[in-house]
Design a protein around this ligand. Structure first.
Ligand SMILES: NC(=O)c1ccc[n+]([C@@H]2O[C@H](COP(=O)([O-])OP(=O)(O)OC[C@H]3O[C@@H](n4cnc5c(N)ncnc54)[C@H](O)[C@@H]3O)[C@@H](O)[C@H]2O)c1
Length: 312
């Protein structure tokens, strides 16, 4: 049987580059990325084992030939930030909605077997009920949350109208190696790591008691692969979280303890579009995708910190 071909859009980014490493033992891997927030260095030690295409998902003709005939397309390319989608909504709309439509259309026309779509827990918004279950009505609070939700709806409609198998995974706050800490839009844990190692105070927006279901990137990558293989799940959406929640204050305390330092954080005003609490109900992913996260928060933080210590 010919080797399966997997395409990862956004494969030079934080989560995509981890997924690429998970996929390499299973087949041929191609990456599509325009390097907006991703880096070729994220793929450095695996670059001889993959194909890299610098291409923009907003340009259908550039990506359609690259998707043709693939077994699975993992669609992760996006402008993935709530505040950035508020500061500058047009590019994130174009990439996250129009780009996603292009990827799904190219996959359907190119006879791809399945698309696994990186959706976002931000779709749940601020509904008070925890944990968040997949059947809850979405309440997006930011352009980014709307855009990711539209992608989910499109994925399910490409399944029902165009015969393309799709699975959407709502990622909860993902953290781990290769998350870029260099921008004001960077994920909170990457910024915590940077400040911890530099022995400087991070800024926490709000009172720091907001909670998140932090999920280690290798668990997310493994879940993406399982979503590409599972049977009877096409057209569905699943939470991709850990099933726990930690406040930002607690996380900063944990990190200080691991590192043996004491650094009081600064506090800034709450950011518009941020949700207060988030935690995944993981029952469906466990039952239908046979997924159980392997990494506790302590283990994930230790591994992540070690990586930043080497990298920074
Ligand atoms: N990190 C999280 O906690 C989290 C949570 C929920 C959902 N997600 C989703 O996971 C996916 C990956 O996020 P990430 O955290 O790895 O972010 P990232 O910024 O590291 O990765 C996104 C990648 O997409 C690429 N990209 C952007 N615009 C593109 C375009 N027009 N054409 C081609 N490539 C383009 C970037 O260069 C980058 O490599 C995104 O779809 C994001 O919405 C992430």
């Amino acid at each position: 049987m010919p080797e399966k071909r997997y395409v990862v859009t956004g494969g030079a980014g934080f989560i995509g580059s981890s997924l690429v490493r998970t996929l390499i033992p299973h087949g041929k891997v191609s990456v599509i990325d325009n390097l907006l927030t991703g880096f070729e260095r994220n793929l450095e030690e695996v670059c001889s084992k993959i194909e890299f295409h610098r291409a923009d998902i907003r340009v259908f003709s550039a990506i359609a030939p690259l998707l043709m005939g693939a077994d699975t397309v993992f669609h992760l390319a996006a402008i993935p930030s709530v505040p950035r989608s508020i500061d500058d909504p047009v590019p994130s709309h174009e990439v996250n909605i129009d780009g996603t439509f292009n990827v799904l259309r190219a996959a359907a026309e190119g006879r791809v077997r399945r698309v696994v779509y990186a959706a976002s827990s931000s779709a749940y918004g601020d509904t008070p009920t925890l944990p968040k279950t997949e059947s809850m009505r979405p309440m997006p609070k930011s352009p980014y949350a709307v855009q990711k939700l539209v992608g989910e709806y499109y994925a399910s409609v490409f399944d029902s109208c165009f015969g393309l198998e799709t699975v959407a995974l709502r990622f909860f706050n993902v953290y781990g190696p290769r998350q870029d800490p260099s921008s004001q839009y960077s994920g909170v844990l990457s910024l915590f790591m940077k400040h911890l190692l530099a022995r400087t105070a991070p800024t926490i927006f709000g009172d720091g008691e907001q909670t998140r279901d932090f999920t280690y990137v290798e668990d997310v990558a493994e879940l993406c692969f399982k979503a590409s293989q599972a049977e009877g799940v096409s057209g569905k959406m699943f939470n991709a979280g850990n099933g726990g929640r930690f406040s930002l204050n607690l996380l900063w305390r944990l990190l200080q303890k691991i590192e043996g330092v004491e650094i009081a954080p600064r506090y800034g005003p709450p950011r518009p579009g941020d949700v207060r609490d988030s935690m995944a109900d993981t029952a469906s992913a466990i039952a239908e995708l046979r997924h159980a996260p392997r990494f506790s928060i302590e283990e994930g933080l230790r591994r992540t910190l070690e990586w930043y210590r080497q990298a920074l």
